[in-house]
Design a protein around this ligand. Structure first.
Ligand SMILES: [Zn+2]
Length: 427
């Protein structure tokens, strides 16, 4: 960084008047007076209100899907039960006469969660809830930089939701005094909770006390990222994401007969890099096509594998120098296999994964012919399998459609098989 200017982002605005501070603090939109108990319930209600309003504006229904897994990930709960408890509280009547805060608008279908709309207790102040949600969750919202991130994990791994609210508030509206922080956030959390979160953030140097004002350091994001790694938040979050990812995947495979490609890629992005085992960053890594697109691969023909940015860049730059190759035309009607046909799918899959490993090594050594052979020699067989072309057992003549006939089962296997592969690579 070339930065020799003052360390603090808002240091110039310290000269502005007290009233300007107060004006900026007033831009924080608190939830309405009538609200459910607990900070998680309040921000979740604000989120549903804001997202429903957005969905309605875009021509959809005024509702928002909130599956347990999504809520768990969004608020960084360590179990699904915590997400379930918050949603249950919001679906329970505020009082016998007032009805619930949230109501199921479209019941869960397949792997999707329930879609919710505001319940009777919240509808009268729907615009206020949506405005609060916008302040928290719009692209420039106060909580948006921390959504899904490890920093949202409970202390000591992260700052928790209260810490992130305090940090986000200071980052957006600071410099502010302690009193202003406590006052503005009083609709979301108790005074002691806010002060405790503030003390923690200051102790971690995520916020800085200067005289009687609290300011966010210029490199706040960087500091948060470092803390996420140093205090184990990142690995804990990666572990949870992996669990959630495989649960999502299982339920999609089971109930829908397959995950959509986009969801599948989202799951793959959370896995450690297939080639170097680097953990995926909180926002997710990248998806590798093997064989690569440059050599005729694609979503429908290649294996999809998780890859880190560094490995992807190095592959990409080495591939770019080679001529483009178009996808092989597959005309075979049978794939002969010298063994039991039902073994063929898993066997070929493992075999092809090992070719991916070989390919990466060859690329690293710039042995391009070798890399091309590893990627392309059995590519027609992969395509044939993905298309469902039957396998015939040479000894018995038995014919089956191998397990790889489903486009996505290939990658489902990869998700399960990956854990072992980085170990293989380290040998
Ligand atoms: Zn890598």
């Amino acid at each position: 960084m070339l930065c020799l200017s003052p360390i603090f982002r808002q240091s110039t605005s310290r000269q502005t008047s007290e009233s300007a501070y107060r004006d900026s603090v007033r831009r924080f939109v608190a939830p309405p007076e009538k609200r459910p108990g607990g900070v998680n319930a309040r921000i979740l209600l604000a989120w549903v209100a804001y997202k429903s309003e957005q969905n309605a504006k875009n021509g959809g229904k005024a509702e928002q899907e909130a599956s347990l897994l999504h809520v768990q990930q969004m608020l960084r709960f360590s179990t699904e039960n915590q997400a379930s408890a918050v949603l249950k509280r919001l679906r329970t009547s505020a009082s016998p006469s007032e009805g619930p805060w949230l109501a199921v608008s479209t019941p869960s279908r397949g792997a999707r969660g329930h879609a919710y709309r505001l319940g009777a207790a919240a509808t009268a102040s729907a615009p206020d809830w949506a405005a609060c949600g916008k302040c928290l969750y719009s692209p420039s919202g106060l909580l948006t930089p921390y959504m899904f991130r490890p920093v949202l994990l409970r202390p000591p791994l992260g700052q928790g939701i209260t810490g992130c609210l305090v940090i986000g508030f200071v980052d957006q509206f600071g410099p502010v005094t302690k009193t202003e922080i406590v006052g503005a956030l009083s609709s979301l959390m108790r005074r002691e909770t806010a002060l405790k979160a503030l003390r923690r953030a200051v102790a971690m140097e995520l916020l800085v006390l200067e005289d009687d004002h609290v300011i966010a350091p210029r490199n706040l994001r960087e500091r948060i990222k470092n803390d996420e790694i140093e205090f184990g938040g990142q690995s804990r979050a990666a572990f949870l994401d992996q669990q959630i990812g495989s649960r999502q995947f299982e339920s999609q495979m089971e109930r829908l007969g397959g995950a959509t490609l986009e969801r599948l890629k989202a799951i793959i992005r959370k896995l450690p890099c297939f080639y170097c085992a680097t953990a995926a960053p909180p926002e997710g890594g990248e998806v590798e096509h093997f064989p690569p697109k440059h050599w005729g691969g694609g979503d429908d023909a290649s294996l999809l594998l998780p890859i880190c940015t560094r490995c992807n860049k190095s592959h990409g730059s080495r591939l770019k120098g080679t001529p483009k190759i178009s996808r092989p035309v597959v005309t075979a009607e049978r794939i002969p296999f010298d063994g039991e046909t039902e073994d063929f799918g898993p066997w070929f899959f493992e075999f092809f994964l090992m070719r991916a490993v070989h390919y990466a090594h060859a690329l690293n050594e710039t042995c391009l012919d070798d890399a091309r052979d590893a990627a392309l020699r059995f590519f027609p067989t992969l395509i044939a399998l993905k298309r469902g072309i039957p396998v015939v057992a040479v000894p018995t003549g038995e014919i089956t459609t191998a397990a790889l006939s489903d486009d996505l089962s290939v990658t489902s296997g990869a998700v399960g098989a990956l854990e072992g592969l980085p170990r293989l690579l380290r040998r």
